[in-house]
Design a protein around this ligand. Structure first.
Ligand SMILES: *Cc1c(COP(=O)(O)O)cnc(C)c1O
Length: 475
């Protein structure tokens, strides 16, 4: 009997056509609109949705993508996309990912992806070095910061209560407690919940006027918990809070944690890339003292999604948590990634990182990060120098939180509405995209410079446009 396969007759042609879609999109990345102006209901009628029992063939599928998908993508790589902490992917990162998808390696063990396994080891060692870890450290590439923090906290839990992966938390004597600043990312809560500790056992430590965790209040909270019969086991410090981009006093927190046998994890999802720069190194002083670090190559390292990286200061803790056989850690034994993380079947995330770093060199990426920090400083100066603008948080990394404040005696509620109105108008114009954020109850225009294409001209244009909209809506 004849068998069938899913092979495509003219693969070369199909690949060329598909690559043309990518080429057109990437070549037009600076054109508008930044965010497509289309309602969800309308888009639902545009994109083919009936279950396709019969196929239309590759050529028509590609045409459909060109017609009904590409125009309705958000241009994340546009130089005037400055929202959240989604960065413009570097073209080399994208090309690396395209090659990677074609190769489809599955590095859970060496044989299922020899080059991918070795590349992952190499990439992990690069990040370890960048953050000041020794060769005793280890890590794994994951989907992002959320999975990175989950992985790190699971390792922290196993290190604190050896055997907990097997025995669970059913019999522990003292409830575990975790400490984060009150403005930490939600992913910490998710991790603590999933690990059976429960988000009620997170102590949210107030921040100081620079949006850094108040170290004295952290010490007081730990002391109080110990006296009340809790078991403080982990602090998560932020290297770049999502909204403000503020970095906790890592050095002081690390010394406190070391003294008290508390695991310190650093959430460097956002600002990790700043470690490549002198300013970032100073902000994150002491980061190498932490027990674990998660950072997002898909944020300030300009790698396309998804790419997260979790580093553990002592590799054996990671192995002890995820080993698939009942074997003791042996540092001479070659790394099989199924023993170092949650997933089995997993994509190679190393190639695009290795490829992009190799293509540009880290010095060049550091220059771009510095350029982003300079742009943030420039905008900060503009805000400070204009009477109708107000900064809502000090600028530490690349996020600038500010608002328009006309001379009209508006209530806070009216001011909040005004910011939304201005940002909506900007988005509708298609010319730029800035998302709002809430800082101490105030709506801020939060502009995040984590885009390798943004220039001073772009910044000037955006500031001028926002000022015009501000005036228009304050009449
Ligand atoms: C983005 C972010 C996260 C979550 O990372 P994902 O990659 O989105 O899963 C965690 N913490 C901070 C500070 C972040 O900015």
């Amino acid at each position: 009997m004849k068998t069938q396969s899913l092979d495509i007759e003219n693969l070369d042609l199909a690949l060329d056509k598909a690559m043309n879609v990518v080429k057109n999109y990437m070549n037009n990345i600076t054109t508008e609109p930044v965010i497509p102006d289309i309602k969800r209901e309308d888009l639902k009628t545009l994109i083919h949705s009936e279950i396709p029992f019969e196929g239309i063939g590759i050529e028509k599928s590609i045409e459909e993508v060109e017609e009904t998908i590409v125009p309705y993508c958000s241009k994340i790589g546009n130089p005037k996309f400055l929202s959240w902490i989604i960065t413009s992917p570097s073209p080399a990162g994208t090309i690396g990912e395209i090659i990677n998808l074609g190769l489809n390696q599955v590095p859970f063990c060496y044989k299922s992806g020899p080059a991918a396994t070795v590349m992952e080891e190499i990439v992990i060692s690069w990040f370890s070095k960048i953050f000041g870890y020794s060769n005793e450290s280890g890590g794994i590439l994951v989907s992002g910061g959320t999975m990175g923090t989950l992985t790190a906290l699971s390792v922290a839990r196993e290190a604190h209560i050896p055997g907990v992966m097997k025995k669970g938390l059913q019999n522990i004597e003292k409830p575990l407690t975790v400490y984060v600043s009150e403005i930490a990312h939600k992913s910490v809560e998710t991790a603590v919940s999933l690990l059976g500790i429960g988000s009620d056992f997170i102590r949210k430590i107030p921040v100081d006027s620079n949006f850094k965790m108040d170290t004295n209040k952290l010490k007081q909270a730990v002391k109080k918990d110990k006296e009340s019969g809790y078991d403080p086991f982990c602090v998560v410090a932020q290297a770049g809070t999502s909204n403000e981009g503020s970095v906790d006093n890592i050095d002081a927190i690390a010394d406190f944690c070391n003294k008290n046998n508390i695991w310190l994890h650093i959430d460097a999802a956002f600002a990790g890339g700043a470690i490549l720069t002198q300013r970032g190194k100073e902000l994150m002083k002491g980061i190498e003292k932490a027990d674990s670090i998660s950072t997002d190559p898909h944020k300030w390292f300009f790698i396309p999604v998804e790419a997260g990286c979790v580093l553990i200061k002592k590799r054996e803790h990671l192995y002890n948590t995820y080993k698939t056989a009942d074997k003791n850690f042996n540092k001479e034994e070659p790394i099989e990634y199924m023993n170092y993380g949650i997933q089995f079947t997993r994509m190679s995330r190393a190639l695009k990182i290795w490829f992009a770093f190799r293509t540009y060199g880290l010095d060049k990426i550091a220059n771009i990060v510095n350029q982003n920090i300079d742009l943030a400083q420039e905008l900060t100066q503009k805000i400070n120098g204009s009477k109708n603008w107000e900064l809502l948080a000090p600028t530490q990394t690349s996020a600038v939180c500010f608002r328009y404040i006309p001379n009209l005696n508006l209530t806070n509620e009216e001011l909040n509405k005004l910011q939304h109105k201005i940002l909506n108008e900007l988005e509708k114009s298609g010319k730029a995209f800035i998302a709002p954020a809430v800082i101490n109850g105030n709506v801020a225009m939060r502009t995040c410079f984590a885009n390798h294409r943004t220039s001073y001209e772009d910044l000037n244009f955006i500031f001028k446009t926002l000022s015009e909209f501000g005036e228009k809506f304050s009449k």
